[in-house]
Design a protein around this ligand. Structure first.
Ligand SMILES: Nc1nc2c(c(=O)[nH]1)N[C@H]1C(S)=C(S)[C@@H](COP(=O)(O)O)O[C@H]1N2
Ligand SMILES: [Mo]
Length: 451
């Protein structure tokens, strides 16, 4: 790839960023800050080095020179921290702003709530485990794995109860998949509701999951293939989370998972055992999984009969609409961020489809009039995040950034008005419309809807 970068634009990211709003105001402010810093610390550090009186080279064109180069910091001159100071490594103290966050006022009880993934601050396709979104109906638990049991029963020859030890001795697989809550982007059905991509799209994450294929457990228990049509997953928390999964899917790619991103699941994400149901809305990924029942009818449990249904304009509900259709979003630049200069920006985002692989992502910077095809970064995996990037030179004028995903079934991500034409505005779930970010002339990026 060869791009001529005349001038690369700086950006204030939201809500975490390296530049403060004050730093961003003008280069003058930044320069003054450097000068103050060098006046106070230069003498000290030069003295410490035994370099008092040493001539400081005048950096060409920078005037005083950059004190961040000229004043040797403690980390270049002293002894660093010992190994295993943090036996379990943590992010840098400077990355504290990158956190999953609860949307203020979204729910009345935070045990039955959502904490959103900061998509604006993650790279590539894997969501760090500590930033994986959380959705609990009745709070989370850190369950003792030695006491956890999984019962497999119903239309099977040999009903069984497995300990975690039993499960972890069975053949395992590891696969990278996204998980998206069916209610992701739900607030935007009627109108623009939230300012940042964290809140508009952060109920989706992507991880490598490890566990036993559900088909192995069903076979181990001697599933009655003549009668069996559905399986039910049940969680061990107080929410009685129970979900029906069709047998063909259960035998296809569903995993009874204990691992996430190379280690055991985090408690918030279902430790020690959860269902992984690739391509299907998050609610079916039952956490703290304690029971699997094999049956011949859908169970129509509370979370299937009255929740997670799509209210159509004619007043009827669509039920069992679990597949998360193709969707994409630009994560940089995105709502709440500010572009500080005209010039080059790398537009970057994520695309995913519950039906398969992402085939193509197109990007528009003029609200959908013209489209260019973005680069898909490898790996491009089935039912997983795909990272896309495309070059853009901002001319300082108003712009509207959009991305449009297409998956390998040929399905194209719809515009919000196309979705509304079929689904109305009374839905909550399965809002996968094209997202628009408006860049104003002052560089501020905001959430808008374009029809
Ligand atoms: N047992 C149980 N499983 C559950 C839930 C729950 O509250 N209890 N929430 C579901 C919902 S609605 C979603 S979107 C996903 C969220 O998974 P995460 O918290 O790991 O992101 O878990 C699902 N599995
Ligand atoms: Mo969910």
């Amino acid at each position: 790839m060869s791009i001529k970068i005349k001038k690369s634009g700086r950006i204030i990211k939201a809500p975490e960023h390296f530049l403060t709003k004050e730093d961003a105001k003008s280069p003058e402010v930044m320069r003054r800050k450097f000068l103050v810093a060098s006046a106070s610390s230069a003498a000290a550090s030069f003295a410490a080095l035994g370099l008092a009186g040493a001539t400081r080279p005048a950096a060409a064109g920078v005037g005083e020179g950059d004190p961040n180069i000229l004043n040797l910091p403690a980390h270049s001159t002293g002894l660093g921290q010992p190994v295993a100071a943090n036996p379990y490594g943590m992010p840098s103290q400077f990355e504290k702003g990158l956190q999953r966050r609860e949307s203020p006022g979204l729910t009345r009880v935070s045990a039955a709530s959502v904490a959103f993934t900061p998509l604006q601050g993650t790279f590539g396709i894997i969501t760090p485990s500590g930033l994986h979104f959380e959705r609990h109906h009745q709070g989370w638990w850190d369950i003792d794995p030695s006491k956890h049991r999984l019962m497999v029963m119903g239309l099977v020859k040999n009903p069984k109860v497995y300990t975690m030890d039993d499960i972890m001795r069975l053949p395992s697989v590891s696969r990278i998949h996204f998980i998206e809550c069916g209610a992701n982007s739900a607030m935007e059905w009627g109108n623009v509701a939230v300012p940042t991509v964290q809140y508009s799209h952060g109920m989706v994450s992507c991880s490598e999951f490890t566990g036993v294929p559900l088909s192995v457990l069903l076979e181990d228990c001697g599933i009655d293939m003549k009668k069996a049509k559905y399986i039910l997953g049940e969680g061990a928390d107080g929410s009685s989370m129970t979900r029906t999964i069709p047998l063909d899917r259960a035998l296809d790619d569903v995993i009874v998972a204990y691992g996430m991103n190379g280690e055991m699941l985090r408690p918030e994400n279902g430790y020690p055992l959860r269902l992984v149901v690739p391509g299907i809305q998050g609610v079916s990924w039952v956490k703290w999984l304690r029971r699997i029942e094999v049956g011949d009818m859908k169970w129509a449990t509370k979370d299937e009969a009255i929740h997670y249904v799509d209210l159509m304009p004619d007043g009827l509900h669509r039920q069992y609409t679990g597949i998360q259709e193709a969707k994409s979003v630009i994560t940089t630049p995105s709502g709440g961020q500010t572009l500080l200069d005209k010039g080059f920006y790398n537009i970057s985002g994520l695309a995913w489809s519950g039906r398969g692989k992402i085939k193509r992502v197109d990007v528009s910077v003029d609200g959908g009039r013209n489209w260019r095809t973005a680069r898909l970064e490898t790996p491009v995996l089935t039912k997983a995040f795909t990272r896309f990037n495309i070059d853009w030179v901002w001319d300082g004028g108003p712009a509207v950034l959009q991305s449009r995903a297409q998956d390998d079934t040929g399905y194209v991500q719809p515009k919000i008005n196309q979705l509304r034409a079929v689904r109305g505005t009374r839905s909550i779930y399965h809002q996968n419309a094209i997202q628009s970010w408006k860049v104003a002339e002052n560089g501020e990026v905001s959430n808008v809807q374009v029809y």
